[in-house]
Design a protein around this ligand. Sequence first.
Ligand code: GCU
Length: 335
Amino acid sequence: MRMYKMLGLAVAIAAASTFALTGCGGKEAKTLVRVSHTQIETHPDHIGFVAFKNYIENKLGDKYEVQIFPNGSLGANEKVLELIKQGSVQFLSVSTANIESFDKVYAVFSVPYLFTSEKAYEAFISNPEVLDKLSVNAKADGFTAMAAYTAGTRNFYSKTPIKSVADLQGKKFRVQAGPTNVAMMNAFGAAATPMSFGEVYSALQQGVIDGAENNELALTDQKHGEVCKYFTYDGHQMCPDIVVGSKVFLDKLSDSDRKVFEDAAKAAQEAEFAAWHESVQKAKDQATKMGVEFINVDVNEFREKVLPLHEQLLKDNPAMKDLYDEAAAFNASHK
Ligand code: GCU
């Protein structure tokens, strides 16, 4: 339902490079730092970015002003990634699925049941070496992975109850963009319909799709629970939102300023993690009041249906093998 009303603004921004804001009273000119995300202002991603802004402005407030654009107001993530590459938007939190078409390394998170526990997943995405491995193609991508926000576990939700894999057969489910998601959904026996996050509500309402898959917050923040009354805990994916920083912007910074931005990204991640689990609980309570039923299923049945896909996915995309193996090591050490 959400429309990207401010696309005109995004285009205007694309034309300009980071410009200086001249403070009044002859103060130093400040550089405006634009941060974009698609969530609402109570979402943990936004809370993370408020910590990011505060950290930078506390340390370097005389030089930088950080402005956060929530609700996809600068455009859908796929489009803002282009602006990041040009350097006209400096930071963005974006699902790994949306980065997959720019850089195949990020596809590793779309592999269904990559992680065996949320504990292993959270440790993995908090690990600086994992961020370095994700950033291996930073030069070509035009951005670096500065931090990773958790986005919990992705599960199916629908207008009719999904109690087993049989209930998915032939149904149209929205997935995030990217070939791995399409392959996963098709392996489950449903018809994959990739589309942007902001388009899902109206697609559900108009009957273009029968269901979607996400964490619990989509039911409330995006109001998908108004249309989908059944949420099934099958836990097929754990995909983080990566805080990407524009390389054009970062490369222009002095070493000491760059360190402040890197530390700010760490502070953002800590704030986001701290907000996450409470937000999920609140979303569950609110969704229950909206009439959404939460269904527990035999997760093994779902897992077994798509596990054979792993081999094919790795064959099609060898770029993710290193991180895939690393994830397996985290599963073994974080039981
Ligand atoms: C989650 C995630 C977003 C993503 C969205 C989606 O909300 O945090 O980054 O865009 O799912 O399904 O598109």
